[in-house]
Design a binder for this molecule. Structure first.
Ligand SMILES: [Zn+2]
Length: 284
């Protein structure tokens, strides 16, 4: 049984505007069905979606049972207005609006809450993120409110301080997690936060010429090194490819994640991923 704990059914691995356009007047169910069939044929039985605001993940969840796939979706991810993620998520401008959206997720049948709490990597410049993460006390409140509603929380988070704040607040999983340090890794281990390092979303950029090749390699190596360090301290690591992101096509990109993690972890890869996947499946 294989799992991909971080996919975006709404995206297609190539052209995000075109991908979203396909579903703008309602989810293209035939297209979704095709992807689910391919996932099932490749042995994937668990998919966790990062969410979208067009109902694509929800439509996939409805159909996934036909293929024996357990499918989890947060519905639309929640995004702090003015910060990264507005293209795919639903925005709130203060904690009151946020709390109302969390309640609404409950009524709409979300499986968990997905938070966007940081920017993304600048793939042309090693060590640089597109923006600062949200303030740690804000992160703590966001996670606390979602937990109080009974939801597990998946956090899109890059940068050591942002990830550390999320882990200390009890985030159930951290996605991407670029540029972590010992304190951030230790905080994730301490709170049982599962890390989906989405190595495919970095590693698959190598050799494409789209970004500075040296920077991409440095970003990839630093992520792989942190994955090794996290495994050494007994942290939970789950396969999540970011399928749908550029250069990460559905299914093939998901399989690539296992290869990237095996390259990083060597012999301990399979038992480590089994533990991480089990942790994701029990919380999400
Ligand atoms: Zn993602």
């Amino acid at each position: 049984m294989r799992a991909d704990c971080h996919i975006h059914m709404v995206l297609n691995g190539a052209d995000w505007r075109g991908a979203i356009g396909r579903h703008r007047n309602g989810p293209d169910r035939e297209w979704i069905r095709g992807r689910l069939r391919e996932y099932a044929a490749a042995g994937f039985a668990y998919l966790r979606d990062g969410g979208d605001k067009w109902g694509v993940g929800a439509a996939a969840r409805e159909m996934a049972g036909e293929w024996g796939i357990t499918y989890r979706t947060p519905l639309a991810p929640l995004v702090c207005a003015g910060h990264y993620g507005g293209f795919i998520g639903e925005k709130y401008s203060d904690l009151r609006e946020y709390a109302a959206l969390v309640k609404q997720r409950r009524e709409q049948g979300a499986d968990f809450i997905k938070l966007m709490i940081s920017g993304i990597m600048d793939f042309d410049r090693f060590g640089v993120l597109s923006e600062e993460g949200l303030p740690p006390e804000m992160i703590r409140e966001l996670i606390h409110i979602a937990h109080a509603e009974g939801f597990a929380v998946m956090c899109h988070a890059n940068g050591a301080r942002t990830v550390q704040a999320a882990a200390e607040a009890g985030a159930d999983s951290v996605e991407h997690g670029a540029y972590l340090d010992g304190d951030a890794l230790g905080a994730m281990k301490e709170s049982g936060t599962v890390w989906c390092p989405t190595l495919s979303a970095i590693g698959n950029l190598r050799g494409t010429g789209r970004f500075d090749e040296k920077a991409v390699s440095q970003i990839y190596e630093s992520a792989a090194e942190n994955v090794r360090r996290f495994a050494q301290i007994g942290g939970l690591i789950a396969p999540g490819s970011d399928a749908g992101a550029w250069a990460v096509p559905h299914v093939r990109g998901s399989a690539d994640e296992y290869t990237h993690l095996a390259d990083a972890l060597g012999d301990v890869c399979l038992p480590a991923l089994a533990a991480g996947t089990a942790a994701v499946r029990s919380s999400f």
